[in-house]
Design a binder for this molecule. Structure first.
Ligand code: 4AD
Ligand code: MG
Length: 509
């Protein structure tokens, strides 16, 4: 392929050379005789410097008038500049507009999330979204690498399905010629069939859930990775999950340093994945949530109460600081530079304040639900938060009450009423990122469970065949792609983890 331009990702290899670049004007500012363009081409960003004395008056005028998001082609020389994102600067010798852009709706001022989501097709061009999508790409690549290196075969489950997998309340129903079909809630049942054919498989596909929840963790359409392994028990599965999550996060830490920097992610919080993930039985986890059992000298209730006091103190400190800076600015005694510095500090303090005030609102609710947690119940978002705040690595909660888990989970031999399921909960309040476990193999137990869950038996006959013909112990799990992205990038909401989110009230763009 003959390509007559260079990508920004290749600047290092072209230091000192004159090259041509193609991209969009992410930002532009000018002063006398000089225009700075931040060029974006998808592979990176670079500051391009246009000097009037170099390009002449006509071209300089054009550079001065460039509107945001105008597509351009420019030629220039690459110079090293450590201060710049990407580490290089381009000294422009000539510049050509490909297509001018109309006034761009996304500006530098802060927009609300709804405003941005309505313009998601444009918002994806911003630096922060660029970083998130690149990390998403790295995670997808690492997932395939991990499974391919470990002898798994990727197989794909259907999207139109004739039966539920995770309970009938969250199914999207659709027409399928004369029949009713459901959009896949999970590829697992098909994964089990594939594992009996191939040994170790994984599916990687779109998944649909119709729950009417509007939490920061729920999408109606998300991507799930579901490995299924013949002959594995729960313990082997937990070993695999731990290795897998560690592999994926380590790949991001190694290959996405620039992207994590753009997101201002505290990477020390992710580096802890090299430590073992604590494995906690559901019953113990309940005691930890209710403050009846300490973890590493920490008590959930006391920790939360302590945190609340700290948060309240910090809020007071910051408010005082903001007021004193505002007074200084008003006094008129400050120089121009000092005013700008203080204004910038005030903005930073206000951002910190917003986060702290959210904690101040949340902690009493977490305390409330921790104190009132009823053993036997499923964990809600706040219960997961209370529990995971006691740890700095992901944790694995296993042996769940049978009543709250799906029909296919294997009952523990030594713990009647509990099933060999496992949830992996991410730290920093992110909660469940993986759900899985060992599958029931006893034909009669399964038939009873299908009846008990009021599922249509005829739709499960094929599934029961897997137990009729050489049934073996097997296990698997499902990782929610957007959930792990959300945690790795420390996003406030899972909707930013997918290019075009689908959730209640959001079908466009
Ligand atoms: O825990 P879930 O429902 O488990 C299953 O579907 C199993 N059949 C998986 C298996 O064993 N093969 O879903 C698995 C994961 C969750 O842990 C979560 O990360 C993600 O899928 N997930 C969602 N992500 C975004 N939005 C939603 N509404 C999600 N529901 C589940
Ligand atoms: Mg789950």
């Amino acid at each position: 392929m003959k390509q007559n331009w260079t990508y920004l990702a290749q600047l290092a290899a072209n230091e000192g050379k004159e090259i041509t670049l193609k991209g969009w004007v992410q930002n532009r500012r000018d002063s006398k005789g000089i225009v700075f363009i931040i060029l974006r081409d998808g592979t990176g960003f670079a500051q391009c410097v246009v000097l009037e004395e170099t390009v002449g008056e006509a071209m300089f005028d054009e550079a001065k008038r460039l509107s945001l998001e105008t597509s351009v082609e420019l030629t220039g020389t690459i110079r090293k500049d450590e201060k710049q994102l990407g580490g290089f600067e381009v000294q422009v010798s000539s510049l050509k507009v490909i297509t001018p852009a109309e006034e761009y709706p996304i500006g530098k001022k802060e927009h609300g999330v709804d405003f941005l989501m309505d313009r998601r097709h444009l918002w994806l061009r911003s630096k922060r979204q660029w970083a998130i999508m690149r990390i998403r790409n790295e995670i997808i690549f690492a997932i395939h690498n991990f499974f391919q290196q470990n002898g798994f075969v990727q197989m794909d489950a259907p999207i139109f399905t004739g039966n539920a997998c995770e309970g009938t309340s969250t199914l999207f129903e659709t027409e399928f010629f004369e029949d009713t079909a459901y959009l896949s809630q999970s590829g697992q049942l098909y994964g089990e069939a594939m594992a009996m054919a191939m040994g170790k498989i994984y599916t990687f596909g779109p998944t649909f859930r119709a729950e009417k929840s509007k939490t920061r963790r729920h999408l109606s359409e998300f991507w799930m990775i579901e490995p299924e392994m013949a002959f594995y028990d729960l313990d082997m599965t937990m070993d695999l999950i731990e290795e897998f999550i560690r592999f994926v996060v380590t790949a991001v830490l190694k290959n996405c340093k620039d992207e994590l920097a753009v997101l201002e992610r505290d990477v020390t919080k992710l580096e802890t994945v090299i430590k073992p993930f604590p494995r906690i039985a559901y019953k113990d986890a309940v005691q930890m949530i209710r403050g009846e059992k300490d973890v590493n000298g920490m008590n959930s209730i006391k920790t939360l109460e302590g945190d609340l006091a700290i948060v309240k103190n910090k809020i007071e400190e910051i408010k005082t600081d903001i007021t004193s800076r505002e007074e200084k600015i008003k006094s008129g005694a400050l120089k121009k530079g000092e005013i700008a510095f203080n204004e910038q500090k005030i903005q930073q303090q206000k951002a910190a304040l917003r986060e702290l005030e959210e904690e101040e609102r949340n902690i009493p609710q977490w305390l409330e639900s921790a104190k009132n947690f009823v053993p036997g119940d499923d964990f809600g978002g706040s219960d997961e938060t209370v529990l995971t705040r006691l740890f700095n690595t992901p944790i694995m909660v296993y042996n769940w009450p049978k009543a709250i888990k799906a029909f296919y989970m294997k009952e523990a031999d030594d713990d009647k009423g509990y099933v060999r399921g496992v949830d992996i909960l991410a730290p920093e309040g992110y909660g469940e990122i993986v759900g899985g476990g060992q599958r029931e193999t006893d034909m009669q137990v399964l038939v009873d469970a299908i009846h008990h869950h009021q599922l249509p038996m005829e739709a499960f006959e094929w599934y029961l065949d897997l137990r009729r013909y050489g049934s073996v112990q097997h296990s698997g799990f499902g990782l929610g792609l957007e959930r792990i992205i959300c945690w790795v990038c420390k996003l406030p909401h899972v909707r930013e983890a997918i290019p075009f989110p689908r959730m209640m009230g959001r079908l466009l763009p």
